[in-house]
Design a protein around this ligand. Structure first.
Ligand code: PLP
Length: 354
């Protein structure tokens, strides 16, 4: 197959090895004469997958036994509801940072369960920067932020010191850069960017934060404690996305871990931003200091050259470069699995339009 240079924002490119190994598992899993898709999730072969998928996350994030790792069905959007349901005290309030469409989605859901104070927002400036001047005190049950704004191409370069629990939606930059993950009490991420196929969401929770809301008769499927007590098998888990996520994380671990991925991601982003900054035909939507290493959202400054550019990148075998429908323009997603050679192809096309 002649593979395209896949800049899609998600679902998106994954390591080739993941496709090959998961195709084999679909045909004959572990040589047991059965497909991964036709065995019980309680069989020893799948339980081993789940155990390792949970363990590898802690290894990569350098987290100890005070954290639990869950793989939950449905998307990151489900966490917009589960986070307040599990962490907001009855009659309590939470602080949210509004940095884009997904952050706003999380805010909308949390407001249905309690009081939300938006402590910082860049909405009025079309989410072109990350707000920085705010404080979060102990009157809040937790603080929620979005580490990377997939649509607008902004990324939090540092995280605030807060006097409450720290919750982060890392859907679009999980495992892309080194962070002190122990700073966070709860991290969640839909798998379909740096981890695997859509259909599963990673949730990493510090155990001691649960069970403090005063909420009674919690709905079991929305209760993190239930999922923890059943080791992420409260109900039938999405076996294929979990297996493919494990393969992706093993690939990451075998290729230098997060530290090496971060270096590769920095080099890719530098290559593209350097071209945008030196080529008057292109500009980013956001301020320089908050530019994302994962999603480069940019525009063309001369509309009369748009058709030529569009034809050229398509002819070069590039796919998935159109911007999100709410922002327009272009978006080059540089997730872990995208090779720098693909970025070079895009940069060469951009140079050719000058
Ligand atoms: N949060 C962020 C940062 C995202 O980029 C997305 C989707 O792109 C979501 C949440 C929603 O994810 P899902 O479609 O898995 O619900």
């Amino acid at each position: 197959m002649n593979k395209k240079h896949n800049f899609s924002a998600g679902p998106c490119i994954l390591p080739q090895e993941v496709f090959e190994k998961s195709a084999q598992a679909i045909l004959d899993f572990n040589g047991i004469g059965l497909s991964l898709l036709e065995i019980s999730h309680r069989s020893k072969d799948f339980v081993a997958v789940m155990d390792e998928a949970r363990a590898i996350v802690k290894r990569l994030m350098n987290l100890g036994d005070d954290y639990e790792v869950l793989y939950l069905g449905s998307g990151a959007s489900m966490q917009f509801a589960m986070v307040p349901y599990n962490l907001m005290k009855v009659g309590g309030k939470a602080a949210y940072l509004d940095t884009g469409t997904w952050a706003a989605g999380a805010i909308k859901e949390a407001k249905k369960l309690g009081t939300v104070d938006v402590v910082g927002s860049s909405k009025e400036e079309n989410y072109s920067f990350i707000p920085k001047n705010y404080t979060v005190g102990s009157e809040y049950d937790y603080f929620h932020c979005t580490s990377n704004n997939t649509i607008y191409g902004t990324q939090m370069k540092s995280f605030p010191e807060v006097n409450t629990l720290m919750v982060c939606d890392m859907s679009s930059d999980i495992f892309s850069r080194q962070l002190d993950f122990s700073k966070f009490d709860l991290i969640y991420a839909g798998a379909q960017k740096n981890m695997g196929p859509a259909g599963v969401t990673l949730v990493v929770i510090k155990k001691e934060i649960l069970g403090k809301t005063g909420r009674e008769n919690m709905l079991s499927m929305l209760d993190y404690s239930q999922h923890i007590s059943k080791e992420s098998m409260y109900n039938t888990p999405p076996v294929f996305p979990i297996y493919a996520s494990l393969l992706t994380l093993q690939h990451l671990e075998n290729n230098g871990g997060i530290a090496a991925a971060e270096k590769r991601n920095e080099a890719k982003a530098k290559l593209l931003y350097d071209e945008i900054d030196s080529n008057p035909l292109f500009e980013t939507f956001c301020v320089k200091e908050d530019r994302s290493l994962m999603n480069v959202s940019f525009n063309i400054t001369d509309e009369s050259k748009k058709e030529e550019f569009d034809n050229a990148w398509k002819a070069a075998g590039i796919s998935g470069l159109n911007g999100h429908r709410s922002l327009g323009g272009y978006r080059a997603s540089l997730y872990n699995a995208l090779p720098i050679e693909s970025v070079q192809v895009l940069v060469d096309v951009m140079k050719s339009i000058r």
